[in-house]
Design a protein around this ligand. Structure first.
Ligand code: ADP
Length: 192
């Protein structure tokens, strides 16, 4: 049994897609155990997107470089650098600005393999590369190229914890213990 954090980013809220997306998590059998709407403070955003987490910063940079290579775009021209760390830090700045600018909805989902299951439903970071049937693939066409030429992060609707350790950190960061509830869903009797 795992818990994982999902944040409906401002683009999902502004596009009125919260209900439709939430339904996808519910119908697969994931249990909502916490939920709130909020304006994210700069402090929370900085902790959620930590500049010190090398793997996260470099990972964003590397994914961007791969995408640029596939599209034949020169990262030097777009970012003034082809260092994944420099690119990652720039994207992080955009992310902090984006997530603090407009309201978001944060939820905690619980279930067996919840972290992996949610990532599968959410799809690839780049909506352009997300398979049809995934949330990002079905509701967005955004790409690194569109985002970076607009000096903004990719609008991919959701944040979802990447792995179990990250999920634990993020659930603790976004919710107090008392905000998490416990109850039974009917699947629990069927899927024993
Ligand atoms: P994920 O959200 O799939 O876990 P990452 O942790 O790699 O992806 O990136 C965090 C967020 O940063 C992404 O969801 C996306 O909004 C944004 N992002 C990632 N790469 C880029 C990029 N090349 N250009 C703009 N925004 C990006």
């Amino acid at each position: 049994m795992e818990q994982t954090l999902v944040v409906f980013k401002p683009d999902a809220v502004a596009r009125g897609l919260v209900g439709e997306i939430l339904q996808r998590f519910e119908r697969v059998g994931l249990k909502i155990v916490a939920m709130k709407m909020l304006n994210v403070s700069k402090e929370l955003a900085d902790k959620h997107y930590p500049a010190s987490r090398e793997a996260f910063i470099n990972g964003m940079g590397k994914k961007t470089l791969e995408n640029y290579q596939n599209m034949g775009i020169d990262p030097q021209k777009e970012f003034g650098s082809n260092d994944p760390h420099v690119i990652g830090l720039k994207i992080r700045e955009w992310l902090v600005d984006m997530i603090t600018a407009d309201p978001v909805i944060a939820i905690v989902l619980e279930g067996p393999h919840a972290v992996e299951l949610v990532r599968k439903l959410v799809g690839h970071t780049l909506p352009l590369s997300s398979s049809p049937g995934t949330i990002r693939g079905d509701y967005s066409f955004d790409s690194s190229y569109l985002a970076n030429t607009g000096n903004r992060p990719i609008k991919n609707l959701l944040h979802a914890s990447g792995e179990l350790e990250e999920a634990k950190y993020e659930v603790d960061l976004w919710f107090d213990k008392g905000e998490l509830v416990s109850y039974k869903r009917v699947e629990e009797n069927v899927m024993k």
